[in-house]
Design a protein. Structure first.
Length: 412
């Protein structure tokens, strides 16, 4: 466990799920830069402070110790893992249970924000959506500060702050991190404005383009051709069917009957939807750690499979909470990035949890880039891996849970 030292104290912080072998900290230089700036400038934190994109809770954990006054401290996050880490880090620091209000990107934001702190996300679309959603709560005196590593802040990033909220400039780089300073323009003063005068009444702002809807191509496989799907901002490949998913859709298992099928890391849910359309008796479970993703998957399923079709939609840590031996088939297109870090840690955890959740004879089907070597990982976890299909870029792999593995799981 690492400790973050700030002007308001030192805090033990971990990511979630905690892994002593994981060398990555729960904060970086961008978080340190922002916290140091707030302390050095004596920013008034007594009003409502909204923190967007706080990845593992480092920002709100420190701010919970810094704050005085009656205003709310609010974290807004799209990540179940990040929110869980935040709750654990707050408890570990001794913060009061009600010190921070944890909201998701699907929850209504605060009506008025006095300090808006934005950790720039990897997804420019998610940033655009969140700035649009929060703009009505900004008033002419709102302090707006963003932060990110230099490689995360681009001209397009600054343009969003400028267009949606107001005049924007950046700081000098410190330890390869920058701050973004935005002064609310009259057009950005929204519902939370006080003293904004006519600007609040004559509010004119570009419409939020999210969620985004598009028609799947005419050659989309598995009964999806021409269907319109919705993607909330931040969902992977939000404006088109990504090529890895398309390849998996071309090679889905058939004849599933009444199998319980999991779309693990579901994104917008098109893989599970394809199964539902082809296998009318199958029972579907969609799960992802992104609130935006699961909201997209549920809307797409209800639109095309019908309101009465049985399915579950879960935001959580993959299959970590699923009962052992409770599912028949798991379909997975695992991510290999955690924010800016390239890692197979998430895929390994997904595969391990899938093996535990599968019944004896149950199968995990995985699509991935050829160079990732998932066949090696699957053999290590399942004891087997079969190549179902391949092209120059992707492979579809199949691993089966054997009866001996089921006995091993039940004995632990």
């Amino acid at each position: 466990m690492n400790r973050l030292t700030t002007s308001w104290g030192t805090f033990p912080l971990t990511r979630f799920p905690a892994d002593p072998r994981d060398p990555l900290r729960a904060w970086d230089a961008a978080d340190e830069y922002l916290l140091g700036h707030l302390a050095e400038t004596g920013t008034d934190l007594s009003g409502t402070v909204a923190v967007v994109g706080d990845r593992w809770g480092a920002l709100v954990t420190a701010l919970a110790a810094a704050r005085t006054g009656t205003g709310a401290l609010v974290q807004i996050s799209d990540s179940y893992l990040g929110r869980t880490a935040t709750a654990e880090n707050l408890a570990r620091s001794g913060a009061a249970p009600d010190a921070v209000t944890l909201l998701t990107t699907q929850d209504p934001p605060p009506e008025r924000i006095d300090v808006l702190l934005v950790r720039v996300p990897k997804s420019l679309a998610l940033l655009e959506d969140q700035l649009h959603r929060l703009a009505p709560a900004v008033h002419e005196h709102t302090v707006i500060v963003g932060t990110g590593m230099v490689k995360e802040i681009h001209t397009s990033t600054l343009a969003l702050f400028e267009r949606i909220l107001g005049t924007t400039r950046t700081s000098l780089a410190v330890k390869k991190a920058r701050l973004i300073h935005t002064t609310p323009d009259a057009h950005a003063a929204g519902a939370g404005a006080t003293g904004a005068g006519p600007a609040g009444a004559d509010l004119v702002r570009d419409a939020n383009p999210w969620p985004y809807r598009y028609a799947l191509p005419a050659d989309a496989p598995a009964g999806l051709a021409g269907r319109t799907v919705v993607n909330q901002a931040g969902v992977f490949c939000a404006d088109r069917l990504d090529i890895g998913t398309r390849f998996l859709l071309q090679h889905l298992p058939t004849g599933l009957g009444a199998a319980r099928v999991v779309d693990l890391g579901c994104g917008n849910g098109v893989v599970g939807l394809a199964v539902a359309l082809a296998e009318p008796e199958a029972e579907l479970l969609f799960t992802d750690e992104s609130y935006q993703a699961v909201a997209s998957a549920e809307e797409n399923f209800r639109t095309h499979a019908g309101e009465d079709r049985k399915a579950e939609f879960t935001v959580g840590d993959g299959l970590a909470e699923a009962a052992a031996g409770s599912v028949d088939l798991v379909l997975n297109n695992p991510p290999f990035h955690s924010h800016q870090a390239t890692t197979d840690r998430t895929a390994r955890r997904m595969f391990t949890d899938a093996r535990r959740a599968l019944r004896p004879g149950g199968e995990l089907w995985v699509v991935g880039n050829r160079h990732l070597g998932y066949h090696v990982t699957l053999r290590r976890i399942f004891g087997n891996s079969e190549l179902v299909a391949s092209d120059p870029k992707f492979v579809v792999l199949r691993a089966v849970k054997r009866a001996a593995q089921a006995r091993d799981t039940s004995s632990r």
